[in-house]
Structures are given as structure tokens and as C-alpha cells.
Design a protein around this ligand. Structure first.
Ligand code: ASP
Length: 437
């Protein structure tokens, strides 16, 4: 059994958090590959090292001294090392870095040092080998991860050392320069490391006990999702639930690796397990896995008698495409069709777009409804079960929620409804209370 354990910034924020990580690693000898983010905030008033490093770079760009910020960064690392009783000569490396601080230093190189130093300290603390991401995570010239090259290098390092720590968030370009991923990218490094060694589990340790079934700002203390499939996770993330970095899912999903999101500060919580597929799910009245949603949509409805002339719809689609308007949903009636689109993406171009639609489609009427919110009820246990949507709609109707649009994917994994913005929170609560929580 091999587990890859990735620890986020809050899990490595200070000496006390490092101790928790050590405890977790020692509790299970199969946790043989560790990936860390840069140290995050120790408390609300604190700063993430990555933010400080970006700030440092911004100062350099404007020719303003970054000495004060750099000494804060230096202090954080020295304190961490000393509190943990480690011997790593971090001063020499920090001094060398300080010498390089001028306008020409790349933001990527400077910012990547947050993960680099955190991983160096973690490797010594755990007694694991340090493997630099610069030597095992590779980008192609197109800026995308070169998965094959990366997998080969990580598995070679793993074979060689048996227990390794890799800094997250960065890798190297073919030119030899360091490149960072987008924010939160250590999740991707963790997934690559898990995929490289075909780990049994990719553990993602963070400061929450898994993915919540609904937004905690709307539902009071929603429960975490115990188990979901990758397909459900995708639906939840697409509909606004905050989960892992988007690009971190593919490497583990493609290899059929189980993903487990856990809380470093609550070891007894099992967290959320994401699996490639589930069989023999017990039929349960609580058939929703989660509820997610997004606000600020507009519905554009085109009315035209005898719509079976499909060219009208095609022309309308072409016009939306011309305005780079991404369509969330399309609903179709006998004499009308409607597009649900993001209001902010539409912006002021709405007036030109409508005038083009009028010219091309010669509609009987066009209607624009702003202030629409989309709510997704996601659940693999709804699939191929009759009567589910009826029950959801009945519950919503009883609480006075009027449904403006309805969309269900062909895989029946989610039902997405459009409601007036004022009904958004009620809709989420009704679905959670009735079918999830
Ligand atoms: N340290 C980086 C960030 O703050 C990457 C990460 O934490 O995953 O975004």
C-alpha cells in the first residue's frame, strides 16, 4: 500500500502544525510520499508565505525596497527551523537568495521558494529524502505539465529513496527556468506524485473535514460529503462548490486512484472519499450527495412561432458565439427557446447582441430576465430512479420557490434549476433539509 499525502499551507503554517503532520505520517507507514505547500497563516492576522513572496517581487518591480518583507519571510523560516530543533543551514540559502533580489529575478523563481524551504524543513523533520520539484515536475513548452516525463522522474526518485518529500506548486520548463502553477497548485503536484507511483490513495490534508454538502454560509453546519464519485465532484465544482484545484483531479482520476480529503486538525474525521465509481450503493431517502449553486445569470428567451425551422436556433447560437457568450443551459419549447448565460460575461454587449438576434432571427419577441440563480442537486443515487425530480420540485413548490428553468444531464447525475435570486438560499436549504443532510 502506498499513500501520497499532500499538506496545504495551513497544515504546515508553524511548528505545532509540523508536529501534527509528523504524527499523521508516523501513524501510517504507507504514507511514503509527502507534498507540501508553502507555510500559510498561523492565525487570522498572519500572512501566507506565498503572498509575502509575491509582495516582495512587486516591490522589486517598482524599485521599492523589499528588505522589510524579506526579513519577515526569513524570520518565519528561522523560527520554524529552531522551534523544530532542525539543523538545516537555511541562512546560507536565504542569504544567497537575498543577493539575487533585483528587478530581474523572476516572480516564479522567487515565489516557488516558499514551497522549497517548507519542504526542505519538512523532509529533515520527517527523516524523508528531499526531492526538488525542479528535478521531477516538468512543463512542456506549451506551459502544460509534461505528465509522462514527470511520472518517470517522480517514480525514479521514489524507487531510489523510498520515502520522499516534494515541494508543491512549481516545476521546470524545458528552458531550465522555474515555473509556478496557478494558485493552490500544490494540489496538482500531490496528484501527479500519486499518479506517478500509482498510489492506492491520494490524501489531501487541509483545514476542513472534507467537501461540505452545501455552502455553510447558507445552510447551518452542513455535513461533509462522506463519499462521492469523480463525476459528482466535477458537477459540484462546476456549480461553484469550493473543492480542490481543478487540474488536480485528472491525474488521479485517470489512474483510478481514490482521493481522500482530510482535516489535519481533526484526525478522527474520515473526511470525503472520492472514488472512480461506486457499486451497490444503498438506496437511501437522502439521495443527494451535495447541493451547489451560482448566482448572477440572465435568461434570454427568443419567441418565434413554428420553431421547428431549426435554422433560427443555429443563427442564435452563432450570434452568442460571436459575442463569446458561454451558454450554461438551453431550454426549448414549441414556440420559444431560452439561453441561460452569465450576466457579468454578457455585460454591456447585451444591447448589440439583442439587436443582432433581432436582425438574424426575426423573432416575435425577445425577453431578458436578470437576477437568476442556478442551483444544482447532485447525486449518483438519483440516477435512473423514477419520481425523484417530482419530489424535489414538490418540496420547492411547497416553500414558494418558483422554478424558472430546469436542466438535467443525460447521465441523470444532477438536476439544475434556475430560480429568482431572492429564492436562491431557500432553494438550497429546502433541498439540503429534505434530501441531503
Ligand atoms: N502556496 C501556493 C498558494 O498559496 C500553492 C498552494 O498552496 O497550493 O497558492
Amino acid at each position: 500500500m502506498i499513500k501520497t499525502a499532500k499538506f496545504g499551507g495551513s497544515s504546515v503554517a508553524g511548528a505545532a502544525q509540523f508536529q501534527k503532520v509528523k504524527h499523521i505520517i508516523e501513524a501510517d507507514p504507507s504514507r511514503r510520499i509527502v507534498v507540501v505547500s508553502a507555510a500559510g497563516k498561523r492565525d487570522k492576522a498572519d500572512h501566507k508565505l506565498t503572498d509575502l513572496l509575491y509582495l516582495c517581487h512587486a516591490h522589486l518591480q517598482y524599485g521599492v525596497s523589499c528588505d522589510e518583507i524579506f526579513s519577515t519571510i526569513r524570520e518565519r523560516f528561522l523560527t520554524l527551523r529552531d522551534e523544530l530543533g532542525l539543523r538545516y543551514d537555511i541562512e546560507s540559502e536565504l542569504d544567497a537568495l537575498y543577493q539575487k533580489l533585483d528587478r530581474s529575478i523572476s516572480a516564479d523563481l522567487l515565489v516557488s521558494r516558499g514551497e522549497y524551504f517548507t519542504a526542505r524543513l519538512m523532509a529533515e523533520y520527517l527523516g524523508y529524502a528531499f526531492v526538488d520539484a525542479g528535478d521531477c515536475v516538468f512543463f512542456g513548452l506549451d506551459g502544460q505539465i509534461d505528465r509522462e516525463k514527470t511520472y518517470a522522474a517522480i517514480s525514479e526518485a521514489f524507487e531510489k529513496h523510498g520515502r520522499i518529500v516534494i515541494p508543491g506548486f512549481y516545476g521546470k520548463l524545458p528552458t531550465g527556468r522555474v515555473k509556478v502553477m496557478t494558485r493552490g497548485g500544490s494540489d496538482i503536484t500531490g496528484a501527479l506524485a500519486a499518479a506517478a507511483v500509482e498510489a492506492d490513495v491520494y490524501e489531501n490534508w487541509t483545514d476542513v473535514s472534507g467537501i461540505l454538502m452545501a455552502d455553510p454560509r447558507i445552510v447551518n453546519k452542513p455535513r461533509p460529503i462522506a463519499k462521492a464519485t469523480y463525476a459528482e465532484l466535477r458537477e459540484m465544482a462546476f456549480m461553484g462548490a469550493s473543492v480542490l484545484h481543478e487540474e488536480s483531479v485528472a491525474p488521479v482520476k485517470d489512474k483510478g486512484i481514490t482521493l481522500n480529503i482530510r482535516n489535519t486538525n481533526a484526525l478522527d474525521d474520515p473526511g470525503t472519499v472520492i472514488v472512480p465509481s461506486t457499486e451497490n450503493d444503498v438506496a437511501d431517502e437522502r439521495f443527494l450527495t451535495g447541493i451547489a449553486g451560482r448566482r448572477n445569470f440572465t435568461v434570454l428567451t427568443v419567441f418565434k412561432r413554428n420553431l421547428n425551422d431549426s435554422s433560427v436556433m443555429r443563427q442564435a447560437l452563432e450570434i452568442l458565439d460571436r459575442y463569446h457568450t458561454k451558454i450554461e443551459h438551453i431550454t426549448l419549447g414549441l414556440d420559444s427557446f431560452a439561453f441561460v448565460v452569465s450576466s457579468s460575461a454578457l455585460g454591456d454587449s447585451v444591447f448589440n447582441l439583442i439587436s443582432d438576434l433581432k436582425k438574424a432571427c426575426r423573432p416575435d419577441d425577445i425577453r431578458i430576465d436578470d437576477g437568476i440563480a442556478l442551483v444544482a442537486a447532485v447525486g449518483r443515487r438519483m440516477t435512473f430512479r423514477p419520481g425523484i425530480s417530482g419530489r424535489l420540485f414538490k418540496a420547492l413548490g411547497e416553500k414558494g420557490v418558483n422554478i424558472r428553468t430546469i436542466a438535467q444531464g443525460a447521465d441523470e447525475l444532477s438536476i439544475i434549476i434556475g430560480v429568482d435570486d431572492c429564492n436562491y438560499e431557500t432553494a438550497i436549504r429546502v433541498l439540503y433539509d429534505g434530501f441531503a443532510g
